[in-house]
Design a protein around this ligand. Structure first.
Ligand SMILES: NC(=O)c1ccc[n+]([C@@H]2O[C@H](COP(=O)([O-])OP(=O)(O)OC[C@H]3O[C@@H](n4cnc5c(N)ncnc54)[C@H](OP(=O)(O)O)[C@@H]3O)[C@@H](O)[C@H]2O)c1
Length: 349
């Protein structure tokens, strides 16, 4: 192993705001401490980081400077990299390739993945499986873990033995939607993906049996009522935050079906949740409604890696790759909501 440098490149936020208003690239940021690592901690030299819409939200939630250990917080959740130093109780050897998502606690205390090095407990990461590139491994974290948790909200999976046959994935071409299409298809159910025409081939390539162009067939709920009113869906995974899609769902979601909402929309999920409790004569929607907020963990990361090894996740679509210097352009791409799969940052070897 090469000797460690004294400083590193890292993006740092100095106020609440958007990436363009609050982030600066530091070239002389101190390495994480304490070094050498203690207990089971690993120092990881980051190869790639992947961006998520949540990174942008977090920049406007956790103020820098609020706490003594948050003076110069580094953003970013997902990463892949190589173990370059390990605490005395760690079991991973130096040189092991790992991937993971930083925990809420680490991000809240300013330890993000948009840096050349990160220090994490060994339990938070998974070994990068054979055959998976480091770029793709970085892209698996948040979206793979969220889709894995959401699949559990289907009450024991989509097993066709339970008579479940059909799911709808709204936003199927995004980082998260592309995971749902693959994980649902692996259960043997019919998968219908909602995406624009330009992304239809990508979504079919991930395993969708049918795609619906949401631009051509607006409003989507009326189109679904016409085309899927007879053979209704068992589950709807909404990665877009489309309130009308839930409100009108009795026309295309089975009475015992479930609407799983991943993107909360302007009411933060409160309006649809209220409607799911209200009786219909008071304007309620008689369909189950669930939201979830990922709390990343090493156990979940290892489950995601297992899904890749078992062939349930076959592909991690990459929208684009940017250098460390071009992180602000990369964030613009995420904010545009037009990315087809993951936006990746190339950081090191
Ligand atoms: N709850 C959680 O724990 C959790 C975890 C991860 C993500 N999320 C949320 O889930 C959402 C999706 O995340 P992501 O990472 O997949 O985002 P993303 O990769 O940025 O999604 C972009 C994709 O969405 C598609 N899209 C945009 N508007 C659409 C519409 N009206 N109908 C259908 N497709 C549309 C775009 O395709 P076109 O260009 O063709 O429109 C693009 O391919 C975000 O709101 C994110 O915050 C929540």
């Amino acid at each position: 192993m090469d000797p460690l440098p004294k400083t590193m490149k890292a993006w740092v936020s100095d106020r609440l705001g958007t990436p363009r208003t609050c982030l600066t690239l530091h070239t002389d940021h101190p390495l994480p401490s304490p070094l050498p690592p203690t207990s089971t901690n690993l120092l990881i030299r980051i190869s790639y980081a992947a961006l998520n819409p949540a990174d942008v939200a977090l920049l406007s939630i956790f103020p820098p400077g609020l706490l003594p250990f948050r003076r110069t917080p580094i953003p970013g959740l997902d990463f892949s990299g190589t173990v370059v130093a390990a605490g005395p109780d760690a079991t991973f050897s130096l040189g092991t390739k790992v991937c993971g998502t930083l925990s809420v606690r680490l991000v809240a205390t300013g330890h993000g993945s948009l840096a050349e090095y990160v220090l994490v407990p060994e339990g938070l990461v998974a070994k990068v499986p054979e055959g998976l590139g480091m770029r793709e491994a970085a892209g698996l974290g948040v979206v793979g873990q969220t889709a894995t948790v959401a699949m559990k909200a289907t009450d024991g999976g989509l097993s066709t033995e339970k008579g479940r046959r059909k799911v709808l994935v709204n936003g199927a071409s995004g980082g998260l939607g592309s995971m749902f299409v693959q994980l649902a298809k692996a259960e043997g159910v019919r998968v219908v993906g909602v995406c624009s025409e330009r992304n239809a081939e990508l979504v079919k390539g991930l395993g969708a049996d049918e795609t619906i162009d949401y631009q051509k067939h607006a409003p989507l709920p009326a189109y679904l009522a016409q085309t899927h009113g007879e053979e209704q869906f068992d589950f709807i995974f909404d990665c877009v935050g489309d309130f009308e899609l839930y409100r009108d769902s009795p026309a295309y979601l089975k009475p015992n079906g479930k609407f799983i909402c991943l993107s909360l929309g302007s009411s933060n999920g409160v309006v649809p949740l209220l409607k799911s409790f209200l009786p219909t004569f008071l304007g309620g929607t008689p369909r189950k409604f669930t939201t979830l907020n990922l709390s990343p963990s090493g156990d979940l990361m290892r489950e995601v890696v297992r899904s890749y090894e078992e062939g349930k996740i076959k592909s991690i679509p990459i929208d684009s790759e940017y250098s460390m210097e071009d992180v602000l352009d990369a964030y613009d791409r995420v904010i545009s909501k037009r990315s087809r799969g993951k936006v990746i940052i190339r950081i090191g070897e």
